[in-house]
Design a protein around this ligand. Sequence first.
Ligand code: AMP
Length: 370
Amino acid sequence: MASEPLPRGGTIGILGGGQLGRMLAQAAAKLGFQTCVLAPEADSPAFAVSGSHIVAGYDDAEAFKALAARCDVVTFEFENVSAEALGILEGAVRIAPPRRALEVTQDRLLEKRFVDSLGLATAPWAPVDGAHALEDALASLVGQDGDSPMFLKLARQGYDGKGQLRIGGLSDLGKAQDWLGEKAAVLEKAVSFEIELSVIAVRAYGGAMAFYDVPRNTHRGGVLHESLVPAPVSDEIRSQARSYARQIAEALDYVGVIAVEMFLVREGGGPRLLVNEIAPRVHNSGHWTIEACAVSQFENHIRAVAGWPLGATDRHADARMVNLLGSDVDHALALLRENPARSLHLYGKREARAGRKMGHYVELTLLRDS
Ligand code: AMP
């Protein structure tokens, strides 16, 4: 059943109504599918471009049943969906990506253990089961001087740099304990990476995979600012990054677009990749694929979850994607005047709160046939 292609005009459910859901719904419409988006906010960006929607919280069991009843397949624009919701959906409708992919990636502890189990490198880390366990965890990671920058990351509900505290080392123990309380967390050594990059890949029901080129990502305050393709890395690093993403996707029996964020570090002379985070969904660092590739990450995700053939992921241009955060969006018209070749996306959010993703633009440099 899982690999049966969705009939033309079938209905795809999307859990989450932000900009990712909006661009997924647009890609689904391009292929003639109907969409039904479930999200808690009545003014969710995806509602404006989907045929139908359900305004409901992510803990509303009746709403999940209603979504399942309306759809041929349900997919996700974000990973923080409760086990209960996943159970209801899974019992009633085809879901993609699979439940395990969401469960592993919505909990940083499970995610780190999963990556370790595959033998892939991460920044040195330790589990922390609440404030009382923090001192031992810190002691296990700091150098002899006791001071070593660390990130304390809540196991659950963190994204875009939220739910994280940067600390200097043992000297910040008290501050870190106050911040953490009795929550579970991951303590991670801060690594001095050369660059951050991500692999955006898509996997079909039968296991076929396609990879987009690897962008270099720059963050500001934990939030993505810019993605540049191609990333300035060797072919070896590019294919190693892809192989990491392939191993992760295969171990999860994944279907759809998956993004794996990585750090490139240089230790003992040689470059090395560390896995930072897995996103079981389309990703901000893949937005440039709309303009620079024949088939975007959004369309490929829809094709994959619908059981339709995957599309080509080659790019016909170098690309630069820049996020418009908060009041950046006030300069949108000036950005267009400055360079008419810029492709602008605005998400239709009314309130431009500081750091909120309001839109993005993409600039291309076309590759010529040689
Ligand atoms: P995350 O939510 O884990 O993706 O973290 C957001 C951003 O914080 C990353 O993209 C990095 O720029 C930075 N960051 C997170 N963890 C580390 C680390 N262990 N070492 C250095 N920088 C980090």
